[in-house]
Unconditional design. Structure first.
Length: 116
């Protein structure tokens, strides 16, 4: 199921507009959260509590000095597509590019010769 959450005065595609999946997960919008009756502050408190519980249960047993800087916490997530899917392709050799340009120039001169 897909729910839409938005701050008052925002439109689809604007910064405050979010599409959030709410099946059997607690984030990004916890189950039972009603954006019409509660505000953004309560949502941030729910997210903060969830993050702290996750940190205690999953991270601290492995990294005891880990912590969360809540001043940098955001609601939602970003998927950096370039970082995950970009595959570098080196440019063609200069000689090959130069040969293509010379061939195109010859074709242009030939076409201009038929016009003039």
């Amino acid at each position: 199921m897909l729910r839409q959450w938005r701050q008052p005065g925002t439109r689809p595609g604007s910064a405050g507009y979010r599409d959030c999946a709410v099946d059997d997960i607690a984030l990004p919008l916890p189950l039972g959260y009603d954006d019409k009756q509660t505000g953004l502050d309560q949502l941030l408190d729910l997210v903060r509590d969830h993050c702290e519980n996750y940190l205690k249960a999953e991270v601290l047993p492995h990294v005891p000095d880990a912590w969360i800087d809540h001043s940098k916490t955001k609601v939602g997530y970003e998927i950096p597509l370039n970082r995950h899917f970009y595959v570098y392709q080196p440019p063609r050799p200069l000689e090959e590019i130069e040969d293509d340009i010379k061939q195109l120039e010859a074709d242009i001169v030939k076409m201009l010769g038929t016009i003039v």
